[in-house]
Design a protein around this ligand. Structure first.
Ligand SMILES: NC(=O)c1ccc[n+]([C@@H]2O[C@H](COP(=O)([O-])OP(=O)(O)OC[C@H]3O[C@@H](n4cnc5c(N)ncnc54)[C@H](OP(=O)(O)O)[C@@H]3O)[C@@H](O)[C@H]2O)c1
Length: 307
């Protein structure tokens, strides 16, 4: 089949021929991919720095949405024709930038009818990351005050939404072009990170008490995000740069992991209109390289390949 991916780690993204999907094993389904997400994390896979379960030549892509075309032995609860989305790691065969995907059924979530293919295809990684920051790493409780640094990004914006759904008071950083969207997601205030004094402004917004918790989704932003956190508070970062612990603050570095139950809850919230998630661009499979460049620029929303 014709996919978008790499011949070797470090090579540019191109279209290439790989073998047709193999026979399904116990617990696997075959998905006709309708859309697949493209994120800056795919570049980490491209250079061989994120182990996703297979080596090139390979299709890239670690999230997708599509229609179940066949069931392997022992699959229960799913039927041919069902619509699903998934973050299918470790990859069972090829990545998701392909017309067909083999995935473990236990990693699938149902796609609500109101959610478009492109949105569903680009949703799993940022949504699971945000969910795992808010519920697993920070364990955000109602009434707590939380900072989201980098709330203008796709994942950052979902962290705002999930924290608001948990009843937190959310303070955020965002550039001028993202401010309105961050406020729409439920942040009480969004300070411009271009102002070097922003951590002090956030501290002032807490009445000087300090934040209960902070989520950092901005590359290079974790030290600034730590400053307004109160002694004994919590900080989670998704940019692989956890700071040295200080003042009794609990620090976690979050790496997304597949979780069908979390994904199902997240996509239901999306289908119910409870989340702010912006799709920035759609590309055909043949333009996956351009799609990845767009995702790496990191402004203007999520990026999807449509098949
Ligand atoms: N660990 C994991 O498992 C995991 C999972 C997903 C993502 N990530 C990483 O997390 C980071 C954010 O992901 P994303 O999906 O939200 O990225 P994104 O959609 O590419 O967001 C980038 C946004 O960050 C904002 N930004 C840039 N510089 C900033 C700064 N100095 N301070 C505050 N905000 C700044 C900009 O927003 P404005 O529009 O407001 O200027 C920009 O639009 C990326 O580095 C990504 O690779 C990690």
């Amino acid at each position: 089949m014709r996919v978008a991916g790499i011949e070797r780690f470090g090579r540019v993204v191109q279209t290439l021929e790989v073998a047709e999907p193999r026979a399904l094993r116990e617990g696997e389904v075959l998905i006709e991919v309708k859309a697949a997400g493209v994120g800056n994390w795919d570049d980490i896979v491209r250079v061989g720095a994120w182990e996703v379960g297979r080596a090139p030549p390979m299709a890239l892509g670690v999230e997708a949405a599509g229609i179940i075309a066949a069931l392997g032995p022992g699959v229960e609860g799913w039927s041919v024709g069902d619509e699903a989305l998934t973050h299918p790691l470790p990859l069972a065969d090829q990545g998701t930038w392909a017309p067909w995907l083999i995935a473990r059924a236990e990693l699938l979530a149902r796609k609500p009818a109101l959610v478009s293919w492109a949105v569903a295809g680009a949703f799993a990684v940022p949504a699971l990351t945000a969910f795992q920051v808010v519920d697993d790493a920070l364990r955000v409780r109602p009434g707590e005050t939380l900072l989201v640094n980098g709330a203008g990004g796709v994942t950052g914006g979902l962290i705002v939404s999930f924290a608001v759904l948990r009843g937190a008071r959310v303070l955020a950083t965002a550039g001028p072009s993202s401010r309105q969207q961050v406020i729409r997601a439920g942040a009480e205030t969004a300070v411009d990170y271009h102002d070097a004094d922003w951590p002090r402004r956030i501290l002032v917004a807490t009445g000087g008490r300090g934040l209960d918790a902070a989520a950092n989704a901005a590359r290079g932003g974790v030290a600034a995000a730590l400053r307004p956190v109160r002694d004994g508070g919590r900080l989670a970062t998704i940019t692989s740069d956890p700071p040295e612990p200080e003042r009794g603050i609990d620090i976690s570095s979050v790496y997304v992991r597949p979780d069908a139950a979390q994904l199902e809850r997240a996509v239901q919230a999306l289908g119910g209109g409870g989340l702010e998630f912006k799709l920035g661009a759609r590309f055909p499979l043949a333009q996956a390289g351009a799609a990845l460049e767009r995702a790496k620029r990191g402004t203007g929303g999520a990026v999807a390949l449509e098949l």
